[in-house]
Design a protein around this ligand. Structure first.
Ligand code: UD1
Ligand code: UDP
Length: 382
């Protein structure tokens, strides 16, 4: 039996953790013991607890309750807490997901005291270091022992940065192993998709009709904090709803909800508030989100996870960012990068309205990435 320590903190990491916990429970219950540490980066009920209740994720063994704050302070408090727990629990390795400040804190704390790091979602790059996530993921990859990339482009990025593909074990921070594993969020989307039927009331409850609404999410700091970009985004959303007589539903991240009144012009703010076609709601559960994604006509988002889920559920996606780490989506033609440019967003919408058949090749694995990852950890960490 080996002990793993998993770090979660932000909403998408809690959801991702469900895939690994499920694989451990179903396939390796006598071989792997998981200790879960929640940093408390996300803490509202609908950003955290709701996912434990719904997705059968074990209750965290520790919660650092760090809350929100400046990046440096937030990360520092996490590092201190994670280090203490690592010293106490003495796990064989630490599992880190994605690219948030919780990921970075785990990477710094573990690497300094020689706990091997398993990075899930390794190799992704936006090539934009003004994104806090780009810094977090580069640092994490560079101190990891096992790197699991969901995509081929992630592997290519790592090779360009000097990672080797044909090295042999034993693996360590100085001799890391890179895998093309598939995507654990694809595992999750397949698994939970069958359970969404009981949550479809979200569509009726909001007066929506299947295939006749747009689902939008916005939370990136460069979109929420920059009034020019946020106004441009909401002008485009308003125009799409009015010109196409189509509902747009926005389960809004608390960061965006807090900044809407402050950063939208008072005129646009009141237009958006009084436009009955635009439905701004609180963040929803994962099963509700899947139901919204599966039944949408189109998805507009600056979220990494939601971009991919649009692809998993075969929906066109307008990416509200200047670039994406998930280049395969754009290359397949099912996603268009429009950034926050009003004209580009409207053009992309009209293009998808006319599109006949979009392509969604199978590029995220076979739905068993989490099992593969657990098996490789057992083989290579001891
Ligand atoms: C973080 C991640 C981002 C990820 C996102 C997922 C970093 C640097 N960013 O961004 O990569 O895409 O999570 O959602 O780690 N807030 C609440 N309640 C909560 C959580 C946050 O009100 O439960 C508000 C606070 O005002 C906080 C703000 O949201 O200051 C931002 O939260 P934070 O965790 O710093 O960053 P995210 O934008 O959520
Ligand atoms: N999500 C959710 N409820 C919401 C919005 C998003 O369950 O109201 C899920 C979504 O389905 C995806 C994940 O949260 O699995 C994405 O998280 P987010 O957009 O916050 O972060 P990112 O993926 O950009 O890091």
């Amino acid at each position: 039996m080996i002990k793993l320590l998993t770090i979660i903190g932000a909403r998408p990491q809690i959801i991702k953790a469900a895939a690994i916990s499920r694989a451990i429970k179903n396939k390796f219950p006598d071989k792997i013991q998981e200790v879960i540490v929640h940093t408390g980066q996300h803490y509202d009920n609908n950003m955290s607890q709701i996912f434990f209740d719904e997705l059968d994720i074990p209750h965290p063994n520790y919660n650092l309750n760090v809350g929100s704050g400046l990046h440096g302070k937030q990360t520092a408090v996490m590092i201190e807490g994670i280090e203490e727990i690592l010293l106490k629990e003495k796990p064989k390795c630490i599992i880190l997901y994605g690219d948030t400040n919780s990921t970075l804190a785990g990477a710094v704390a573990a690497s300094k005291i020689h706990v091997p790091i398993v990075h899930i979602e390794a190799g992704l790059r936006s090539f934009n270091k003004s994104m806090p996530e780009e810094i977090n993921r580069i640092i994490c990859d560079n101190v990891s022992t096992l790197l699991f990339s969901p995509t081929k482009s992630g592997i290519k990025n790592l090779v360009k940065e000097g990672f080797k593909l044909k090295n042999t074990g034993p693996y360590s921070i100085n001799n890391p192993k890179v895998y093309h594993s598939g995507d654990i969020m694809y595992d999750n989307s397949l698994f939970f998709s069958s359970l969404t039927e009981r949550s479809v009331s979200i569509i009726k409850d909001n007066g929506l009709e299947n295939e006749k609404y747009v689902l939008a999410t916005i939370h990136r700091n460069n979109n929420t904090d920059d009034p020019k970009r946020l106004n441009s985004l909401f002008r485009a959303i308003n125009k799409i709803s009015v010109e196409n007589k189509i509902n747009v539903i926005l389960p809004l991240h608390p960061r965006t909800a807090k900044l809407l009144a402050k950063n939208l012009s008072s005129e646009l703010y009141s237009t958006v508030k009084t436009n009955k076609l635009i439905k701004i709601i609180k963040p929803v559960s994962f099963l509700e989100m899947i139901a919204l994604e599966k039944n949408a006509f189109l998805i507009m988002t600056d979220s990494g996870g939601v971009q991919k889920e649009a692809f998993f559920f075969k929906k066109p996606c307008i990416i509200l960012r200047p670039e994406t780490e998930w280049v395969e989506l754009v290359n397949s033609g099912s996603a268009i990068i429009a950034d926050t440019n009003e004209e580009h967003i409207l053009k992309a919408f009209n293009q998808f309205k006319k599109a006949k058949k979009l392509k969604f090749p199978e590029i995220f694995g076979d739905g068993n990435a989490a099992e593969f990852i657990c098996a490789e950890i057992l083989k290579n960490i001891n």
